[in-house]
Design a protein around this ligand. Structure first.
Ligand SMILES: [Zn+2]
Ligand SMILES: [Zn+2]
Length: 439
């Protein structure tokens, strides 16, 4: 039994925003209310509190945060990350569930690979792991992957992330298939002919650095294609790591038409700009850092409900692969442990979005994409994220739980961040300083 006392409970599903206690028992939420004693059922006053008490005064208690987009690298990429290390980093970042992309080795394009991930997660993961299956075999853009069999094995969505679903024809097939199976199709939107070996956003900065640019239209053209196909097929489409105003306009238009189209934005895309890029591969990600106009559009979308979720696209790479020339380095940065701090700093403290809206972007928003519910209510699984809006701390890449260090946010000082992560009633991570200060 765990009693979380005096937290500011923010639950977007019910519109709750109040100082309350949450009592957890048997992995589920047992009671929510003021002045709970921790003795369980009514009428048991006077009984000794058995179990743990977590003082959440001054902290936010939210439904468990869900990350719709990460790369855990297992199987095949264990030099960069494993399910064990990646989910430990996720827990430190306040995430209680993470959706892992299928571009592993082998690619998660069949039930046997999905089962392997599910089994490994059951043995070694700190948080819930929800695998995403490939759309095509090997994510090669040719034959359909074993989508139905993977669904039975536990996938929650389908994507060829790392690259787009290669052709409109294949995307139509994937969508027809996934609509029947009620699986969302997640696309990494990119036009291969425009992308053409680019390494950062095309613009004055890429000219100055002499680096090959990727035009914004690479993303928006593919997003437009996908939205039209979602209209044609009636499938659920989710645009991954959206970084351009053009793609956002497609999503807005689709929502207006009543299509089942959603999107996510990654913290680095609302924090950094193409102007910030230097010859340091920690600034190299795909899609690349956007222009100021695009970044401002994303922030508007995050504020006005056009954007459904914040997702990290946590993409660990071992130093041996990342510490090379900008041109040759792989795309991607780590993201779990800095997501809450960046969102608070760039969006909430900056006055762009409210705290309840932030919670929505990490909880009910991603849950809606997956077709599940997420709330703090009696009988629900006790997955909870407890964070501070004020706690001052410094992120140090050398201290991350991830196996990789590829982040542009090393040594960044944050105001606010995760304090405790609870999965199925178990405290899977708790910030040391906080524990000490409050004991
Ligand atoms: Zn991607
Ligand atoms: Zn990705």
């Amino acid at each position: 039994m765990l009693l979380i006392k005096n937290g500011r409970v923010i639950d977007p599903a019910s519109g709750t925003d109040a100082t309350l206690d949450v009592l957890v028992d048997g992995g589920k939420i047992a009671r929510v209310g003021a002045n709970l004693s921790g003795t369980g059922g009514a009428g048991s006053s006077g009984a000794e509190t058995r179990g743990e008490m977590l003082d959440a005064a001054g902290l936010v208690v939210a439904p468990g945060f869900i990350d719709l987009h990460c790369h855990l690298r297992e199987p095949g990429g264990e030099i960069s990350e494993t399910i064990e290390t990646g989910t430990r980093a996720a827990a430190r970042g306040g995430f209680t569930a993470v959706c892992c992309m299928p571009n592993t080795q082998p690619v998660n394009d069949r039930a046997s690979v999905t089962r392997g991930i599910v089994e490994r997660a059951a043995a070694a993961a700190s948080v819930r792991v929800w695998p995403i299956g490939a759309a095509s075999m090997g994510s090669k853009g040719e034959a359909l992957a074993e989508i139905a069999a993977m669904k039975d094995a536990g996938i929650v969505a389908v994507s060829d992330d790392g690259k787009p679903v290669a052709t409109a024809r294949l995307m139509r097939q994937v969508m027809d298939y996934c609509r029947a199976l009620e699986l969302p199709v997640i696309d990494h939107c990119e036009d291969a002919s425009l992308f053409a070996g680019g390494v950062m956003r095309e613009g004055p900065r890429s000219m100055k650095l002499g680096l090959k640019g990727i035009p914004a239209e690479s993303e928006s053209i593919c997003a437009g294609r996908d939205v039209e196909l979602a209209a044609l097929t009636g499938a659920t489409l989710h645009i991954a790591h959206m970084s351009t105003r053009g793609a956002l306009q497609s999503v807005r238009a689709a929502k207006k038409q009543g299509l089942r189209v959603t999107c996510e934005v990654a913290p680095h895309h609302f924090t950094l700009l193409d102007e910030d890029v230097r010859y340091d591969s920690n600034y190299k990600m795909n899609p690349p850092l956007a222009s100021r106009e695009d970044r401002d559009a994303l922030v508007e979308g995050l504020a006005d409900a056009s954007v459904d979720a914040i997702a990290t696209d946590h993409a660990p790479h071992h130093p041996a692969s990342k510490d090379v020339e900008f041109d040759r380095a792989p795309f991607g940065i780590t993201g779990f442990e800095t997501a809450i701090g960046l969102t608070l700093g760039e969006l909430v403290h900056a006055g762009k979005i409210s705290l309840p809206r932030m919670v929505e972007l990490f909880t009910t928003g991603p849950a809606r994409v997956l077709g599940i519910s997420r709330k703090i209510a009696v009988g629900e699984p006790a997955d909870l994220t407890i964070f501070s809006t004020e706690h001052a701390w410094t992120f140090r890449a050398a201290e991350t739980a991830s196996k990789s260090r590829n982040t542009p946010f090393d040594e960044r000082v944050f105001r606010g961040g995760p304090m405790a992560t609870i999965v199925g009633g178990q405290v899977v991570w708790r910030r040391e300083a906080a524990a000490k200060a409050r004991s």
